[in-house]
Design a protein around this ligand. Sequence first.
Ligand code: PBE
Length: 268
Amino acid sequence: TSSDPVGAQVNHQIIGIDAGAGIMKATRKAIEDYGLSDWTLVEGSSAAMTATLAKAIRNQEPIIVTGWTPHWMFSKYDLKYLEDPKKSYGDAEEIHTIARKGLKEQDPTAYQFLDRFSWTDDEMGEIMVAIQDGADPAAAAKDWAESHQDRVNEWTKGLSKANGKSLTLSYVAWDSEIASTNLVKYVLESKLGYKVTALQVEAGPMFTGVANGDADATVAAWLPLTHADYWAKYKDKLEDLGPNLKGVKVGLVVPSYMNVNSIEELKD
Ligand code: PBE
C-alpha cells in the first residue's frame, strides 16, 4: 500500500531498458552510491519499459523506471525525476554527433551536413510524439522536415548533392534516437541525394560500428557521462562533431502521484 516504504511498494525493482544503455550503467552506480543493495535493476528494452510504465499508470500503481529527456512520456504522463544529490547520473548531458575518422576528407558533404545538424528538445519531441501517436517513424520525420523547411535549409544550404552515394548511420532503438536518426536519414536522402542505411544495433556496436567504418556516423552519442566508457574505448578512431542537442537528462523517473522525491528516499 502507499503507506509502505517505497521499496516494498515496487518490490525493490527499477524498470530498466537494454543492457548496453548508458543509463543502465549509471543506475548500477546509483544503486551503489545510495546503498540500495537489495534493489534489482530489471533489464528489458525502451519499448518494454514504456509499456510497463503505461500499465502502472493505468492502474495508478507505484513504479520506478529509468527515464530520459527528451521523451514523449513526459508529454503523455505526469512524471517527475527523483532528485540525484550524489550526481550518479551526472549533470546536464548533450547528444553528440560522432563520425568515423576520414569521413571529413572522403565525404565532405555528409560531414558538413552532420556537423551542422543540431536542434532543440522541443523539436525532437514533436517527432517523438507523432511516432508515439502511431505515425511510422519515416513518415513522422518527413512530415517534420516538410513543416520545418527553414531548419532543414540551415543544415543543407550550399552543400553539393551526392547522387545516390551510400551512407550508414548506426543507432539504438531508443525513442529519442529513432526520431533523430529518421530525420537525418530523410534530409540526407531527400535534400542531398544520399542513399542512407539506418543500422539499428545495440549501444556497444553503435560505437564500434563507427570506429571500424561499418557505419559512417551516429547522431546518438550521449556525453559527457552516459556513453563515457564507449567514447573512451573508441575515441582514437572517432571524431566528435559536437552536440546536436543540448540540455538532455537521464535519471530515475516516477509518476507524480508517488510520494517520493529523491533517490535517497529509496533506502529502507
Ligand atoms: N538513453 C537514451 C540512452 C541514450 C539515449 C538515455 C536511454 C542510454 O542510456 O544510453
